[in-house]
Design a protein around this ligand. Structure first.
Ligand code: ATP
Length: 328
């Protein structure tokens, strides 16, 4: 039987991403539009277990759409992985008369939401918020576009100093399991080589390619490396390996790190997050649960949370081909 939803809770979980605030705002505003009450849960599942829950109205979320990070804070919670932890979370939801949850996060957060929803027959909808863009069922995740643009902006600056000194720079960007940021920022910034987890280019092929570039007259070069690339060497080891084998190169390393998570969200992320927040509330009102909102071909879509967790968002081979052609 369709459950009547009167009050919706929203939380952000896992790694933070720019645009999460826009999604929180959209959930609260859509709830208000449909005459529902709403609450925010601080610090993801950790806050849920501790009852860190506050009522939020449409006015409480004003002027947050442009802010990076998440006003609700994010956390990882080992206790939520236990039956006892989830029981505490459920008790606090009942105490606060919350009928449904919107979870903004990555696949780990969706797994937690799915387990919880099945255990307590509690309506849950996921919104993909992670800079990695590694979630199946959506062309883009909230935060990815902003992170990509941050990475390109910084790599452009590194290019300026690289070309002034005829240097070779290795630039590490985020992406332990997914190369979306590395591949697209690499193409966008005109990198000579791009190393991503999805493809094992092999270090020796990279050496040949760099040597070819040098002979063809390139005086500086950029190699963009995803954190989780498959060469078996970290970015510093890669740089040393190239220095040993191609002593003509003056090699430097730059690790972009957490700056990629911060900053004001791009307009693209703000609009997509707003659309996803509205869609999530409308799905709950339709009596749906255990779904993730996504955007495919610029349309809002829904997918089973289980698919979002089990399947992988694959890199478009056409983009890989373009990257290869560009490094000629
Ligand atoms: P990111 O992609 O940015 O890392 P994420 O959502 O994948 O984000 P995780 O740390 O993997 O981040 O998961 C967030 C939280 O979800 C965990 O700290 C845990 O509380 C909960 N969670 C993950 N897997 C499970 C599970 N199997 N059962 C219960 N809870 C889980």
């Amino acid at each position: 039987m369709k459950k009547i939803i009167k009050k919706i809770g929203v939380l952000t979980s896992g790694g933070d991403a720019p645009g999460m605030n826009a999604a929180i705002r959209a959930v609260i505003r859509a709830a208000s539009y449909y005459k529902l009450e709403s609450v925010g849960v601080y610090r993801g599942y950790e806050g849920l277990i501790e009852g860190d829950i506050v009522p939020l109205t449409a006015r409480d979320v004003h002027h947050i759409i442009q802010k990076g990070g998440t006003i609700l804070k994010s956390a990882r919670s080992d206790e939520f992985r236990t039956i006892e932890g989830r029981k505490k979370a459920y008790d606090y939801l009942v105490k606060n008369e919350v009928d449904a949850l919107v979870i903004i996060g990555g696949d780990g957060s969706f797994t937690g939401g799915m387990v919880f929803s099945k255990e307590y027959d509690f309506p849950v909808i996921g919104i993909p918020g992670t800079i990695d863009n590694d979630i199946y069922g959506t062309d883009f995740t909230i935060g990815y576009d902003t992170a990509l643009n941050t990475a390109v902006e910084v790599i452009d600056k590194i290019r300026d100093t690289a070309s002034s000194h005829n240097r070779l720079f290795f630039v590490e960007v985020m992406g332990r399991d997914a190369g979306f940021i590395a591949l697209n920022a690499g193409i966008g910034a005109g990198a000579e080589e791009i190393l991503i987890p999805e493809e094992d280019m092999g270090v020796d092929r990279m050496l040949i390619s760099l040597e070819k570039s040098r002979r063809s007259g390139k005086t500086s070069s950029l190699v963009v490396v995803a954190e989780g690339d498959k060469t078996g060497k970290n970015v510093f080891e890669l740089a040393s390996y190239v220095e040993e084998n191609l002593p003509q190169y003056d090699v430097r390393v730059s690790v972009l790190g957490h700056m990629q998570r911060g900053g004001a969200p791009s307009c693209f992320d703000r609009v997509m997050a707003s659309r996803m927040g509205v869609k999530a509330v409308e799905l709950l009102l339709d009596g749906k649960s255990n779904l993730m909102v996504g955007m495919i071909n610029n349309e809002m879509v829904e997918n089973d949370l289980e698919l979002a967790v089990k399947e992988h968002h694959k890199i478009n081979p056409e983009i890989l081909r373009v990257s290869e052609i560009m490094s000629v």
